[in-house]
Design a protein around this ligand. Structure first.
Ligand code: FES
Length: 108
């Protein structure tokens, strides 16, 4: 196996999809679980939720209004760090969950 040299492009850089794990909570059944999805690289949290809901018809609940970082309604935990989902990009193997007890999925 050849060693990487400066300027080499790794396989990871060329990957077009990444995996994310998203917290789900169904209040009617009172069950919580995580779902794993493959999503395109270089998307913000809010955009991947919309992408997943459209592609997989999952109806993951998340609260947001402005999508420009002003209303502060879209906070989630991304890898245990509090972030605005409309301003933060997801990376490989990210875990997205609510920042406090959810009333449904990512909505608190
Ligand atoms: S949607 Fe308004 S701050 Fe993110």
């Amino acid at each position: 196996m050849e060693k990487e040299k400066p300027g080499d492009i790794t396989i990871n850089t060329l990957k077009k999809e990444i995996k994310v794990r998203i917290y789900r909570y169904d209040p009617e059944k009172n069950i919580e679980y995580y779902q794993i999805f493959k999503i395109p690289k270089e998307m913000k949290v809010i955009d991947i939720i919309e992408y997943i809901n459209k592609k997989y018809n999952t109806n993951i609940a998340i609260r947001y209004y402005c999508k420009i970082g002003k209303c502060r309604a879209c906070y989630v935990l991304l890898n245990n760090k509090l972030v605005l989902s409309c301003q933060t990009f997801v990376t490989e193997d990210s875990i997205i969950k609510p920042y406090k007890k959810a009333i449904r999925d990512l909505v608190v």
